[in-house]
Design a protein around this ligand. Structure first.
Ligand SMILES: [Zn+2]
Length: 1020
């Protein structure tokens, strides 16, 4: 209700007099006069508005305090309305945009939003928080609020703050910042402080997105002002010998308001007797590998070790920081949630999956007591050339490797551990967690197996392997091994469908044989006798390998006509092979559909090729018959399908709430089997009379594009959620489900003609955690079932060998491990020396890189630099003149850089991508698209040209490639902008799109993030 009118004028003056607010009598006279003048309706209205403005300004001048606001509030229903009037009546002071931002503090439907805000805001906290994040920026404002804090008048202080805040717009504008930065700075400052952190959500329920958008925009603004001062300098390469203190990085902690309100106490746990046994080595400070079955509660074991570690450091007033490495991105969130569950309130836990949009990852890591991430991110951060983004091993007092059996060969775990071995500063304690260490690639004997285990210890710098020995009975009580069944099923005695396909394959093979022999004899391509002997039976185990090898060798055949014919033939053999494999496991209609898709694709894409037409005709010859056979197929003649029906239907007859996991080999297989099981009428108990409802789902690896039957993370999450809630009862999965994905307890595990390593046997069995669960292998004749038995034997061998190693004296074992570590170190040194030698050898080599199609100059070899994640860039500013740039259809953040565009030769040939790295646009070249001409020696034949498939080979055999350094970045910093300003602009837009996409992905993850509680620290 608006009371600023003529009738109330006396009341207003009364009130003001009572509250000791002096009104200028001249002004009041003017107001009175205005209220009463104007003959014409329009002029009268204008005058009334003028009068109101003057009156309001008299009551609430810019220097007004809470007292004035209250008066105004009393007159105009509430403080909320009073302040809202403020922005209407002070029109000349605030821009329309600023007014609109300020109006967000007011609600159109609730008249008291601002009232609540001013009563809830703690002036002391907001002043501290703003001052910390934006020192000096808000000095004037804060200085006017501080007296109220001193006088212990929080309401007045809050009101003053909220009134003056929008006037900061002018300062921001002057300082070249975004005019309404005050709004976002306020939201940010609030969200950083425990007590005020729910306010932003109250102001705008979508504030997080808005804030993020704003930050993206402003970091971009910063990017333009970016100078090389942000890059590492010589002195920054000094290794700190102590972990950097969390205290200095607390600004990077993020608290979400929704969590604040739903905070529960940390979950309590008590270690079981066997878990106590598992932690004892780690608690005594030893580096150790903890090997225990899936389902035995390794997370709780890790939690116990981490908490006791952090606690002991805290007691000694030393800084400790733990990083838990996980091998895959989905595991980052999953493990973070688990750790937070047990440790919130006492320790700060955060996770980095690489997809988050944060100004600095390093700050996030250093702010945490425990951080969960993939080794790849860690390695990139260890090598960062941007100041403030570099992590050091000495920032951590403990490394935990989840699924540590990966720490071998060239896995990022191993690369990371190699840097730990070579690191000169203080090393963190190392804990590995795994269900199985495996037995090595070629275990001919127990000695070989022991050697493998010692190597794993050496790789992880572990002194011992911790397993359950004393308390096996306690372990068995909690982890019951499920029943293992192996069913080897024979193929149908007659399978007309398969026979027709095999016939066609034989015809093709027979045509190929004389050609292959000729090639072998003429040595046009070097082929071993076993390489041209394609097995007559396409179901033999090595068929796929032989055909694959042959294909890759034949690509280098010079005779084009022959090459085309043979490659086309092999393509068709492969289609048939895959159709047969599908036919083995599914009704033949699926195999037929697959062939139809492949052949129609062939028709469209390679129709012009005469050889292709020839093979297409062969397919046409059998097509009608194949189709007929699919229509009349008796599905149950396929033993494996019959058994699958039986297993599933029995399971659901006995327990309709059962959960089943079916493992298959390929992504396409997972999707097709799920499709079949949803449609078939052979599973009445599973479908429970509701044939149309989808009860079978599938999960496949998420890093493939959806077109290759891969799933997005989002789809995967959705499937798993449905499985969890029971709307999906059967889940068909590829090996990704083996580890990591959070799959709830299952009653039945079916391995559908699929068996991985002995390790996956243990993993999969571990997935069957529900009571009375069963694990069944259904295998079509031969190899698969044999492999399974082999795996069971391997598992037994591993356990036996570990036991024997544990019985050796600690001294003895340790010396074996130390020897191994020494040997490995020597090997690495030798490798380094070999590389150095090679570098000397290649020192003077100079190449010219040219377009593989038109031989146009790309750049000289000395301009090539290597980037962290296997990207190779050309650091020649002139390069931009030689190419055309187009937008990338899918700009995205990849590793440490952002892919923004594609680079083409003027002739149209693709050369590589435009990436943005450390705020500089760089051309990344793809090694397949150029040829190299050596020019450092005149005695070489003219045009000594070579082409290498990979950058690795180029580095090994052609020329040295240095790592990208600050100087290169400086050189390239403005190159694109100067040479092609319009392209530069477009690439900037592309980068913006990539950022936006990252943001969208962030959106997708929001649901998951909501479930991921952040921690409130008691000592904050
Ligand atoms: Zn070209």
């Amino acid at each position: 209700m608006d009371v600023l009118n003529e009738k109330n004028l006396d009341r207003i003056m009364d009130l003001c007099a009572k509250k000791d607010i002096k009104l200028d009598s001249n002004e009041i006279d003017k107001v009175k006069a205005l209220f009463n003048t104007g003959d014409d309706q329009k002029i009268r209205e204008e005058n009334i508005l003028k009068a109101k403005t003057m009156l309001f300004r008299s009551i609430l001048p810019p220097e007004a305090s809470q007292k004035h606001v209250q008066i105004a509030g009393a007159l105009i229903v509430s403080v909320d309305q009073a302040l809202k009037h403020q922005i209407n009546f002070w029109d000349n002071d605030l821009s329309d945009e600023t007014k609109n931002y300020y109006l967000r503090f007011f609600s159109p439907d609730s008249p008291i939003k601002m009232d609540i805000l001013s009563q809830t805001l703690e002036p002391r906290e907001i002043v501290d928080s703003l001052d910390k994040i934006y020192p000096t920026v808000y000095d004037n404002l804060l200085d006017r609020v501080r007296p109220y804090i001193k006088e212990n008048m929080p309401d007045e202080g809050a009101a003053m703050f909220l009134r003056l805040l929008p006037f900061e717009a002018k300062n921001a504008k002057r300082a070249g910042r975004f005019e309404n930065a005050w709004y976002y700075d306020f939201l940010e400052a609030c969200s950083k402080h425990g007590y005020t952190s729910m306010l932003p959500r109250f102001i705008d329920s979508n504030f997080k997105d808005d804030l993020l958008q704003y930050k993206l925009k402003t970091t971009r603004k910063k990017v333009e002002d970016f100078t090389m001062a942000d890059l590492m300098r010589e002195e920054d390469y000094l290794i700190p010998h102590e972990p950097r203190d969390q205290k200095n990085f607390k600004n990077f902690r993020e608290i979400s308001a929704e969590t604040l309100m739903s905070m529960a106490d940390p979950a309590l746990y008590e270690l079981r007797p066997y878990q106590n046994e598992l932690v004892s080595n780690a608690l005594s400070g030893k580096n150790t590998i903890i090997c225990a079955p899936t389902g035995s509660g390794k997370t709780v074991v890790a939690v116990d070790i981490i908490m006791k570690h952090l606690k002991s450091y805290r007691e000694e007033r030393k800084v400790a920081r733990v990083v838990m490495f996980v091998p895959t991105v989905p595991l980052v969130n999953q493990q973070t949630i688990r750790l937070v569950e047990y440790m919130r309130g006492t320790y700060w836990i955060d996770g980095l999956s690489g997809a988050e949009v944060v100004p600095t990852r390093c700050g996030v890591v250093l702010a945490a007591d425990v951080v969960v991430m993939t080794p790849q991110i860690f390695i990139n951060m260890m090598n960062s050339v941007v100041k403030g983004e570099r992590l050091y091993i000495s920032d951590f007092t403990m490394f935990i490797f989840d699924e540590c059996h990966h720490c071998d060969e060239a896995h990022p775990y191993k690369i990371l551990m190699d840097s730990v071995h070579d690191f000169k500063g203080p090393k963190p304690q190392i804990i590995g967690l795994t269900a199985s260490l495996g037995i090595g690639a070629n275990p001919r004997s127990q000695a070989a197996c022991a050697d493998h285990l010692i190597k794993m210890c050496a790789n992880l710098n572990a002194e011992c392997i911790s397993t359950v020995q004393k308390h096996e009975s306690s372990l068995l009580q909690y982890v019951q091994p499920p029943e293992d069944v192996v069913l080897s099923v024979s193929r149908p005695t007659t399978d007309e469908f398969a026979n027709l396909i095999k016939q066609n394959m034989l015809i093709i093979q027979m045509e190929m044989t004389p050609m292959l022999k000729e090639i072998q004899q003429s040595k046009a391509v070097i082929l071993r006798p076993d390489e041209i002997g394609i097995p007559k039976d396409p179901m033999s185990t090595n068929y796929q390998t032989i055909v694959g090898t042959l294909r890759s060798k034949l690509t280098s055949l010079a005779d084009a006509s022959r090459r085309h014919k043979l490659l086309r033939a092999i393509d068709h053999l492969r289609f048939y092979y895959h159709a047969l494999a599908l036919n083995d496991l599914l009704p033949s209609s699926y195999a037929f559909k697959y062939l139809e898709e492949k052949m129609s694709h062939q028709k469209q894409v390679v129709q012009k090729n005469e050889f292709n037409l020839e093979y297409m005709k062969k397919y046409e010859d059998i097509r009608e018959d194949l189709l007929k056979l699919t229509r009349h197929e008796n599905i149950e003649t396929k033993g494996i399908l019959k058994h699958l029906h039986e297993q599933l239907d029995n399971q659901y007859k006995n327990n309709n709430m059962s959960r089943t996991l079916i493992f298959v080999t390929t992504r396409a297989g997972a999707q097709l089997l799920a499709d079949y099981l949803n449609k078939t009428d052979k599973l009445p108990h599973l479908h429970n009379g509701k044939q149309k409802v989808q009860v079978v789902g599938f999960v496949t690896s998420s890093n493939q594009s959806a077109s290759a039957s891969g799933q997005s993370n989002e789809m995967q999450r959705e499937m798993l959620q449905k499985f969890d809630t029971g709307s999906i009862k059967v889940l068909v999965a590829t090996s990704v489900a083996e580890e990591g994905l959070d799959i709830s307890a299952c009653n039945l595990i079916i391995k559908y003609n699929n068996v991985g390593s002995e390790r996956s046997l243990i993993q999969r069995r571990g997935r069957a955690r529900a009571r009375d669960s069963k694990s069944v292998l259904l295998a079509v004749e031969g190899a698969v079932a044999q492999q399974e038995f082999q795996n069971m034997r391997s598992e037994a061998l591993m356990h036996k060998t570990i036991k024997e190693l544990q019985h050796e004296s600690q001294q003895h074992l340790l010396s074996k491990i130390q020897t191994k570590i020494e040997v490995q170190r020597k090997n690495r040194e030798l490798e380094e020396m070999r590389k150095a030698e090679k570098r000397r050898e290649l020192e003077d080599r100079r190449y010219l890189l040219k377009c593989c199609v038109c031989s146009a100059r790309i750049c000289e070899s000395r301009r090539i630099r290597a980037l962290a994640d296997d990207k190779y860039v050309c650091c020649d500013p002139e390069f931009w003149k030689r190419c055309n740039i187009k937008d990338d259809e899918d700009p995205k953040k990849a590793g440490v850089s952002t892919i923004c565009g594609k680079i083409y030769c003027k002739c149209g040939q693709l050369w590589g991508t435009v990436i943005r790295y450390s705020n500089v646009f760089l051309p990344a070249l793809v090694s397949n698209y150029f040829i190299m001409e050596r020019f450092d020696r005149e005695d070489l034949e003219a045009g000594h040209v070579s082409n290498k498939k990979t950058w690795r080979l180029i580095e090994q055999e052609c020329f040295n490639i240095a790592r990208l350094d600050d100087n290169n970045l400086r050189e390239m910093y403005n190159a694109l902008k100067q040479i092609a300003a319009d392209q530069y602009e477009r690439m900037e837009q592309q980068e913006q799109i990539a950022n936006q996409r990252a943001l969208d992905r962030y959106e997708e993850k929001r649901a998951a993030r909501k479930e991921r509680p952040k921690v409130i620290l008691l000592d904050d």
